[in-house]
Design a protein around this ligand. Structure first.
Ligand SMILES: Cc1cc2nc3c(=O)[nH]c(=O)nc-3n(C[C@H](O)[C@H](O)[C@H](O)COP(=O)(O)OP(=O)(O)OC[C@H]3O[C@@H](n4cnc5c(N)ncnc54)[C@H](O)[C@@H]3O)c2cc1C
Length: 423
């Protein structure tokens, strides 16, 4: 808990990535900022627990060095991003098919073409589409539609159902692929432009680095905002007088402060961590390659006996995630799951995905995350207004796109609007 100031030029509610990006931009411009957060550290949904020499991110997530907003506010060298493989392994009936951009993983080129997940012509069409996105400079705030409808019409049912749906379900955190095609385009472009990975010290190193760029004492933890007006923020620790307010919470909390706000549905996920009883070199060729189940979805039917949307050996490319050369596996399923039975089902799915017995794997932790990502139903406006009313601004991933870069960009936009209004 902090002793909050009685007044501040700007009060920012939320020290997630959006709030930190807004605070950083305002502080650089010489504004006196007071950030308050209900939690105990910066990061919001990007947090990492250190448990017994392991780094456990609260939900599996990756940073893509191609993120433009991230590149302008983060020192990527000191984050020391450990890139994962620029491809994915699709498991079908016990066989593992390697699929990757042949330019970046040339040894997988033949496998990628021959894998039974759609015609070669569909794969080439997909590769051409992805390349076209990278070459185009325009942002995709044009015609929008559901991603699944677009993919089936453009690339055929087989490629969609056996590769694209299993992969994208783990990115959108929903299996129907009702998510906006605009977000699909942004995501695909970022995957083709950069290889995602994790910072050496865990995902939380990202918000920690941003928070360190603020004047000391700017962030007050353990403080919850309960009401907002143009010149005042009411908190559970007292009132703060201010000239402007930036609401940088998640959508649900923002709607408590601003009841007229529309709250998008949210997608949930559960991540399990296991320590394998074999060396990492015995799994996925000793690399951190995402493994997905090509048979998980049959159309929109999500097979419950195959709970996982993806799994990866974290410690292969990021050995700092598990001391003493242990083999740390991160595996995720859509929805919120707590039960022992769910973990047993995960373990059995892991055995089929990795092709090894998993009975001896140690279960380390389970992270059920109910409000992981705001749903971006089509049509989705990828740059929603950040001005709410005189002196009150709003940001967060749900105002832009549900990603680290989306949250950072929305925070920066809110700060710039505030300064343009010269408040
Ligand atoms: C499991 C998971 C996987 C993901 N995978 C990826 C990925 O691979 N790549 C990617 O780019 N993105 C990914 N994301 C998305 C990305 O993490 C989020 O889009 C981003 O972190 C959202 O940041 P934010 O600042 O908008 O919101 P949040 O992180 O939710 O921050 C909001 C902050 O507001 C605080 N708060 C809320 N209410 C109050 C109140 N009343 N008073 C004071 N403080 C309050 C909260 O404590 C929190 O710190 C993932 C997210 C999750 C959860």
């Amino acid at each position: 808990m902090s002793t909050i100031p009685k007044s501040s030029d700007v009060v920012i509610i939320g020290a997630g990535l959006a709030g930190l990006a807004a605070a950083r931009r305002l502080a650089i411009a010489g504004r006196d900022v007071c950030v308050i957060d209900a939690g105990d550290a910066a990061g919001g949904r990007v947090r990492t627990d250190r448990v017994d020499g392991l780094l456990l991110d609260r939900g599996f997530q990756l940073y893509n060095p191609s993120y433009t907003e991230g590149a302008s506010v983060l020192d990527l060298n000191s984050l020391d991003i450990k890139s994962f493989s620029p491809g994915v392994i699709v498991s079908i009936d016990g066989r593992a098919y390697k699929m990757a951009d042949p330019k970046r993983e040339p040894t997988w080129a033949v496998d990628s073409l021959l894998a039974p997940v759609g015609k070669i012509s569909a794969k080439l069409k997909f590769a051409r589409y992805a390349l076209g996105l990278v070459l185009s400079k325009t942002s995709s705030n044009t015609y929008d539609q559901r991603t699944d409808a677009f993919l089936r019409a453009k690339f055929g049912t087989k490629l969609t159902e056996q590769l694209l749906r299993p992969f994208l379900a783990g990115v959108f955190l929903e299996g129907e692929l009702a998510t906006s095609k605009r977000f699909f385009d942004i995501t695909l472009k970022s995957f083709v432009s950069g290889t995602p990975g994790v910072p050496r010290e865990g995902m939380q190193a990202i918000p920690t680095q941003l928070a360190a760029q603020l004047p000391q004492g700017s962030i007050n933890f353990g403080v919850t905002a309960t009401a907002v007006a143009q010149t005042m923020v009411r908190t559970d620790q007292g009132d703060i007088r201010t000239r402007s307010v930036v609401i940088a919470t998640n959508a649900r909390s923002a709607a408590i402060l601003i009841p007229s706000l529309k709250v998008p549905a949210s997608n949930s996920v559960t991540t399990w961590y296991h320590l394998a009883d074999c060396s990492g070199s015995e799994l996925t060729d000793g690399k951190s390659t995402l493994v997905v189940d090509g048979k998980k979805f049959n159309g929109t039917h999500n097979d419950p006996s195959r709970p996982l949307v993806n799994t990866v050996v974290m410690s292969n490319n990021a050995p700092s995630y598990a001391s003493q050369k242990r083999t740390l596996i991160s595996s995720s399923a859509l929805g919120v799951h707590h039960s022992v039975e769910a973990e047993l089902q995960v373990r059995s799915h892991l055995a089929s995905l990795y092709g090894v017995p998993t009975g001896g794997w140690a279960h380390v932790a389970t992270y059920p995350i109910p409000d992981a990502l705001p749903m971006m139903s089509a049509p989705h406006d990828i740059a929603q207004d950040v001005r709410l009313s005189q002196g009150v601004y709003i940001c967060g991933d749900y105002r832009q796109v549900s990603s680290i870069d989306g949250a950072l960009a929305s925070g920066r936009r809110a700060a710039e609007a505030l300064m343009t209004d010269d408040l």
